[in-house]
Design a protein around this ligand. Structure first.
Ligand SMILES: Cc1cc2nc3c(=O)[nH]c(=O)nc-3n(C[C@H](O)[C@H](O)[C@H](O)COP(=O)(O)O)c2cc1C
Length: 368
């Protein structure tokens, strides 16, 4: 189990869903940052459970606690330990089903890897709750990136087949934060949001679940960062994004659609605008040859439908070693897409801050 991510800005995740706490240790944070705890709490609130009928009804306050690394309200360069407590724990359901492999969940792979010793309560280390730590780290990374005018914005692009196909002007999308936060599904298209909510309610009433896609855009990321071959910008971002449970795909710019386009349609024309070399569209998603072009970095991720559903499913009872059909009950998100939006932003911030520290674009000491 590899719990540390990053080269200079290193984050180490710890905790389990039904243990005492979930948290993150941040190493390599530049010294001198004004530490904004309210911002971290707000970011956590966007991810926390029990927000509405589209999320699980596990009720957690997710109050962030800072254990180290801050002095006179500034980062010191020492490791920062951030954590939240697990309060609303009900492990009875997991004990009841412990001999049944939940389809498309981790029970079988965890068993093969850890020989039955892993904490199965609330899916333990595999739980989506672990991503609260990613969000706390991301909130610190975002604060630093924003000092360099780099902004990250993600939103729900689709739930099931309800898709927001709108091509937003890059300038206006940045200002849609409030609209997105008012939307239960974290959409920026109020019409589509209503349809998405209705779809989630429908599958929830059927004791089923639904997946979707999230688009993420990074504004003002400097050109010439990243590199070809093994540590390309796409591969670094992908590695960060695939640390999030339930992510099944990622595409940059036009992505898979590029395979159906002609070169003449896909190529992004270079133009000279305001004295800067830019492209007139961005099907490359802001990255060519693993290196940033200076255009916004744009990617879309696929989130699978929540594996835990209440309708009968075929599986295996590993105690009796027999095929069975089981209805799994419990507290689960009928759709985890809305809660993952903030996690996508956070992991993007974590990996891009690390990249800019490696490149020397952001120094080890800042003072804002
Ligand atoms: C914020 C968040 C909440 C999640 N909630 C649930 C849930 O309630 N039920 C569930 O089956 N999976 C949930 N998941 C997904 C599982 O953790 C994940 O599917 C599982 O660990 C298997 O990993 P994989 O889907 O990446 O292969 C959640 C994931 C995230 C990021």
């Amino acid at each position: 189990m590899d719990n540390t991510f990053g080269t200079i800005f290193r984050i180490t995740s710890f905790g389990e869903s039904h243990g005492e706490i979930v948290g993150i240790i941040l190493d390599g944070v530049p010294a001198g940052l004004n530490f904004d705890l309210d911002f971290i709490q707000n970011e956590l609130n966007r991810r926390k459970p029990g927000q509405s009928f589209v999320t699980t009804n596990r009720l957690e306050q997710d109050r962030v606690r800072v254990l180290s690394g801050i002095f006179n309200n500034k980062t010191t360069g020492a490791p920062i330990c951030l954590l939240i407590e697990n309060k609303d724990i009900d492990s009875s359901i997991y004990t009841k089903y412990k001999n049944y492999l939940r389809p498309s969940h981790v029970d079988y792979t965890a068993l093969t890897k850890y020989g039955g010793f892993s904490d199965f309560r609330g899916s333990g280390r595999f739980s989506g709750r672990i991503t609260a730590g990613f969000v706390m780290a991301g909130a610190v990374a975002k604060q630093i990136l924003e000092k360099y005018d780099i902004f990250i914005f993600a939103y729900t692009k689709s739930i099931g087949n309800i898709r927001d196909e709108e091509n937003y002007l890059l300038g206006e999308i940045k200002n849609l934060h409030e609209i997105r936060e008012k939307s239960l599904v974290r959409s920026i298209n109020p019409e589509k949001a209503k349809l998405m909510e209705e779809l989630i309610e429908k599958v929830k009433n059927q004791k089923d679940s639904m997946g979707g896609t999230i688009k993420c855009i990074v504004f003002n990321f400097p050109k010439g960062k990243g590199g070809p071959i093994f540590n390309s910008l796409e591969s670094r971002i992908s590695k960060a994004i695939f640390a999030i449970p339930a992510i099944k795909g990622i595409e940059f710019g036009a992505g898979f659609k590029a395979s159906t386009m002609k070169g003449s349609e896909h190529n992004d024309p270079w133009i000279l605008k305001d004295g800067r070399i830019q492209t007139s569209k961005n099907d490359a998603g802001g990255i060519i040859g693993g290196i940033s072009t200076g255009m916004p970095i744009e990617f879309t991720v696929a989130v699978k439908p929540t594996a835990s559903i209440g309708i009968p499913q075929k599986t295996v009872n590993i105690e009796k070693m027999e095929n069975v059909e089981v209805e799994f009950s419990g507290r689960h998100d009928p759709c985890i897409v809305p809660r993952i939006v903030s996690v996508i932003e956070a992991m993007t911030a974590n990996v891009l801050l690390d990249c800019l520290l490696i490149e020397g674009y952001i120094p080890r000491i800042i003072d804002f």
